[in-house]
Design a protein around this ligand. Sequence first.
Ligand code: PMP
Length: 308
Amino acid sequence: MTKTSELIWHNGEMIPYEQATTHVLSHALHYGSSVFEGIRAYDTPNGPAIFRLTDHIQRLYDSAKIYRMEIPFTPEQIIQACKDAVRENGFKDAYIRPFAFLGNVGLGLNPKSHLADVTVAAMQWGAYLGDDSLAEGVDVCISSWNRLAPNTMPTAAKAGGNYLSSQLISGEAKRNGYVEGIALDVNGCLSEGAGENLFVIKKGVLYTPPTTACILPGLTRDTIMELARARGYEVREESIAREALYLADEFFMTGTAAEVVPVRSVDQIQVGDGKRGPITEELQKAYFDLVKGQANDNNGWLEYVNQA
Ligand code: PMP
């Protein structure tokens, strides 16, 4: 269930939800010219903290840079807006959506102005792939849709237009009774889920597709790689064949919204024992302990809403 906020930060001001609207001729509505982030705030013993907020905002600016979009605020202002959106709505935990888009710049494909409108909305959003997904695992399929090829649209940019691909992948999967779809890359190797990165575990080693496999380089993926290595696991970023999923000991997906989700079957073939595996459980616990402020935050990844 999503509970949206009463107040939304829009172009520098906190305004009521109902007033945060845009024109039907906004460029982004027609051509997908927007960049955005999905970030989570968690309730910690020291108050609400936004996990890897600075890194997410850096990725927002990186996405904008790729499309030559100008964000007329500093990263520090957007960071503060994210904290304000959580605090002023009284949320203890939240999903935060910073969003920069080409609005009233005309409908030419290459408008004279690349100045973006910017919005930060916070909302409450539970387990993205279902309440039981984190403990029970999910059933997924390989999509008939491939991920974007590298010379079509850059997948390192978290851009609105890319999510037409994600909608095809996840919509097809859901219509066929699966929780999520997984796309192959242009070479037929594993790429990513509609909104998640992939980790395959075989004989105690973790494998994840490299950035050249047309993925969004996820911050949860990065966090899990660090947590796994700190626990002595070998983590390899390398090309993975589709059948490696069927033969994996364990398989899980990561994303800010999805968090760390075990996969129990792929294409109706059971993965491992068909339930959350021990390494997945260990890393999932390490992740939740970290984001909820119950473990040492050695990297300063928890950014507290009540601190400037
Ligand atoms: N891939 C895609 C296509 C996504 O939309 C997401 C969610 N942002 C991810 C991977 C995971 O990225 P992150 O861990 O940074 O949320």
